[in-house]
Design a protein around this ligand. Sequence first.
Ligand SMILES: CC(C)(COP(=O)(O)OP(=O)(O)OC[C@H]1O[C@@H](n2cnc3c(N)ncnc32)[C@H](O)[C@@H]1OP(=O)(O)O)[C@@H](O)C(=O)NCCC(=O)NCCS
Length: 128
Amino acid sequence: MSNSKEPRGQLVTRIVAMPADTNANGDVFGGWLVSNMDLAGGIEGRRRAKCRVVTVAIDSMQFLKPIRIGDTVGCHVEILRVGRTSLQFKIEAWALSFYAEKHQQVAEGIFTFVAIDEQGKPQPVDRA
Ligand SMILES: CC(C)(COP(=O)(O)OP(=O)(O)OC[C@H]1O[C@@H](n2cnc3c(N)ncnc32)[C@H](O)[C@@H]1OP(=O)(O)O)[C@@H](O)C(=O)NCCC(=O)NCCS
């Protein structure tokens, strides 16, 4: 877990957790958060590689704090490694409480994306 008091990386997406995003317990569903982190990584990957990218691996995922309905969740993307065709990102999710004006880290994970061509085959991230 990161010890930083501030988010690391570029703020790529912000979204409000809505009632439809809850699980059977009434808490925000973990899959919703992973999906949003994946989307943020995909946006950053596409920007960096200047082509379509796909998620090839999520190597770690930690849910650190619960998210409440109405919280604004920001996904921050930091590049860890640029491979030949792959990009590895650390993605942090931070929630701004609607009620308490409290900003805290709620999750983090390591996501790897692969740059792909029109046929869906890997292609170099850095092309001439
Ligand atoms: C991603 C995909 C295009 C890779 O194709 P592939 O023929 O297996 O590609 P390669 O073996 O050449 O690997 C491509 C890159 O991915 C990396 N990679 C492959 N599997 C990996 C894994 N499990 N973890 C991390 N990196 C991985 C390789 O190291 C390589 O990186 P590099 O070029 O920077 O060294 C293919 O596996 C695929 O289409 N997967 C489905 C993707 C998808 O649908 N994602 C959404 C899931 S809901």
